[in-house]
Design a protein around this ligand. Structure first.
Ligand code: NAD
Length: 441
């Protein structure tokens, strides 16, 4: 079996590496020459636990190759996965230009039957556009070559992507031909040995499933943040409320954490895209409009707490920011709440001393030259002469630091916990003033 994966970002590189790892011959294509050359040297464009080893092993064994030239490698491919980005356009709708460019490139170069599988998150109806872009090129060439399209949305979580790909809860596939099903069955068979399922459905339903899944998860987060903010006003504690409702099996425990809002490359983009799809069909998605608005407000809540604590006099203050990535175990900073906090703090005249176990390079790239932001090598360096700590990303290594050592250099023992990972009673014993989300104002 030979597979081409187009796009070597989080989704494409994980897909290519994991398929190669079960024995498939995989060629990963990207238009980014530097990225492709780096991958050949074993330098990965992203941090994803375990991915470097799988890429290295399979590259060395010759099962995983990298190139910028789709046409040169397409011969003999059974399937092509499209894994390029679908960033939000100006109106929030998913920008399909990269996907359609790839479809067009495929139409220009296929020689035999191939199944074209869209893994990128794309609006309902995109498969028709992909099919048309391929057909237009075939027609221009005067070529009559069979092909099928399929939708196979990706549900991997950054930070746990290898596990999610190797043993996912489910594989969702939209198809409209038996031949396409045969190819999909063959590709995913090695993974089915672990006992999980492929859910086959029509293509529009598969495309919608991806948006609905992310929109549901984002809704749970915004719901909990909304309730958390009310908890503060009525004297309740969101952590108790979370336990109280999460133990109800109809609700479940996951995605019930109040915090500084969701970020990353998927939730914000996919919620916006689904709202836009609704508008295009005269069906305003009123719930999701609120989900998004709540999230935008939530990103500033930690700043407001810090500002209130210092009587809105932040000029000359230094805040230690713990965690920059939008969530732990990734260096992805896209739409990270830390960026909003840092921007607000520096605008208010404060300086920031920031640390993240893996995302500092990416943060430097995004924040550019800013003399008010100093990056540190660990949490202890961040607190040197700092006035307060703001925890933004719940990395494991932040859970039990040496508080005594921290108090030696932190000017005021006050902590603003944007992820509710600390216990206010315990921190009070350690001599800290504690502010979380939805428990103490
Ligand atoms: P990414 O931005 O990390 O990577 C996309 C890659 O595609 C880049 O390396 C880019 O150079 C390459 N590319 C763009 N145009 C190309 C072309 N014409 N030919 C070859 N390569 C090209 O994106 P990502 O985070 O991997 O996301 C890809 C898609 O998967 C998006 O639609 C996203 O919504 C979806 N998705 C992402 C995740 C996630 O956790 N990141 C999870 C599920 C689904």
């Amino acid at each position: 079996m030979k597979v081409i994966v187009v796009g070597t970002g989080y989704v494409g590189l994980v897909t290519g590496a994991c398929l190669a790892d079960v024995g498939v011959e995989v060629c990963c294509i990207d238009i980014d020459v530097q990225k492709t050359e780096n991958l050949k040297k074993g330098i990965l464009p992203i941090y994803e636990p375990g991915l470097d080893v799988i890429v290295k092993n399979n590259f060395e064994r010759g099962r995983l190759t990298f190139s910028t030239d789709l046409a040169a490698h397409i011969k003999g491919a059974d399937a092509i996965f499209i894994c390029v980005g679908t960033p939000p356009g100006e109106d929030g709708s998913a920008d399909m230009k990269y996907v359609l460019q790839v479809a067009s490139d495929i139409g220009s170069s296929i020689e035999d039957y191939v199944l074209v599988i869209t893994k990128s998150t794309v609006p309902v109806g995109s498969s028709h556009k992909v099919r048309k872009a391929i057909s237009d090129q075939l027609q221009a060439r005067g070529a009559q070559i069979d092909f099928d399209v399929a939708s196979n949305p990706e549900f991997l979580k950054e930070g746990a992507a290898i596990k999610d790909f190797m043993s996912p809860d489910r594989i969702v596939v939209g198809i409209d031909s038996d031949r396409a099903k045969e190819v999909i069955d063959t590709i995913y068979k090695p993974f089915l040995l672990n006992g999980y399922r492929i859910l086959y459905m029509d293509i529009p339903s598969a495309e919608m499933t991806k948006y609905a899944a992310n929109a549901m998860l984002a809704t749970r987060i915004s719901f909990m943040n909304d309730v958390a903010n009310l908890c503060e006003l009525v004297g309740a504690n969101i952590n108790h409320v979370r336990n109280g409702i999460g133990t109800d099996p109809r609700i479940g425990k996951k995605f019930l954490y109040a915090g500084v809002g969701y970020g990353g490359s998927c939730f914000p983009k996919d919620v916006k895209a689904l709202i836009q799809i609704g508008l295009e069909h005269n069906k305003p998605m009123r719930l999701l409009e609120s989900v998004e608005a709540i999230n935008e407000d939530q990103k500033i809540v930690l700043f407001e707490k810090i500002s209130r604590y210092f009587d809105h006099q932040l000029a000359g203050k230094t805040i230690a920011v713990w965690g920059l990535a939008f969530k732990p175990n990734t260096d992805d900073m896209r739409e990270a709440p830390s960026l909003v906090l840092i921007e607000a703090l520096t605008q208010a005249g404060a300086s920031v001393r920031a640390f993240d176990p893996v995302a500092v390079a990416e943060a430097k790239h995004l924040l550019g030259d800013n003399d008010k932001v100093h990056f540190c090598d660990d949490v202890y360096e961040t607190v040197e002469a700092a006035d307060a700590i703001a925890l933004v990303t719940e990395w494991n290594e932040f859970r039990l630091p040496n508080w005594d050592k921290i108090k030696e250099t932190l000017k005021t023992p006050v902590i603003f916990d944007g992820r509710n990972i600390y216990d206010d009673v315990q921190l009070a014993r350690e001599g800290f003033t504690y502010f979380g989300i939805g428990n103490r104002g």
